[in-house]
Design a protein around this ligand. Structure first.
Ligand SMILES: [Zn+2]
Ligand SMILES: [Zn+2]
Length: 136
C-alpha cells in the first residue's frame, strides 16, 4: 500500500491500526466520523477501541495523511484521506448525506483575490448546505 511506503519514507513506524483506518477512509467517497470508522472496523472483526480510533486519527491528521473537517449540523468532526485531493460537498441538513462537487467553485476567484490583494492564499473551506432530493 502506498500509505505504508510514505510512512517509512518519513521514518515512521506503520501500525496495523493506522493501515486499517486509512483503508476504511479510502473506501468511502465522503468524509466519515470516528464512530463510523469504529463501527466499520468492528464489522470487519478488527479489535480496536473507539478511543484508539480517535487517537490514531489525531496522529494521522498531524502527519498530514488525513484531513479533519467540521460541518454544520454534524455533532462530531469528520475525516477524509488527504489523497482524495481538494474537495467540496453538498450537505443535506436533514439526512446529512454528502455529495462531492466535482469542481472547485472558487478556484478562479481565489486567484483573482491573490492578484488584487497580494495575499498569499493557502486554501479555503466551502460547503454548500440544503436538502437533498429525498428530503426536500
Ligand atoms: Zn437528505
Ligand atoms: Zn475549492
Amino acid at each position: 500500500m502506498e500509505f505504508e511506503k510514505e510512512l517509512r519514507k518519513n521514518g515512521l513506524k506503520n501500525t496495523p491500526h493506522r493501515t486499517r483506518i486509512m483503508e476504511v477512509l479510502e473506501s468511502y467517497e465522503v468524509p466519515v466520523s470516528a464512530q463510523d470508522i469504529y463501527e466499520r472496523l468492528k464489522e470487519d472483526k478488527v479489535r480496536i477501541s473507539l478511543s484508539t480510533v480517535y487517537r490514531t486519527l489525531d496522529k494521522l491528521v498531524a502527519l498530514d495523511f488525513v484531513r479533519k473537517l467540521s460541518f454544520t449540523g454534524e455533532d462530531s468532526a469528520l475525516f477524509e484521506s488527504i489523497r482524495k485531493g481538494h474537495r467540496h460537498y453538498l450537505v443535506c441538513l436533514r439526512c446529512r448525506k454528502k455529495t462531492v462537487i466535482d469542481k472547485c467553485p472558487i478556484k478562479e476567484y481565489q486567484e483573482t483575490l491573490e492578484r488584487e490583494t497580494d495575499f498569499s492564499i493557502e486554501g479555503h473551506k466551502l460547503a454548500i448546505y440544503g436538502y437533498c432530493p429525498a428530503c426536500k
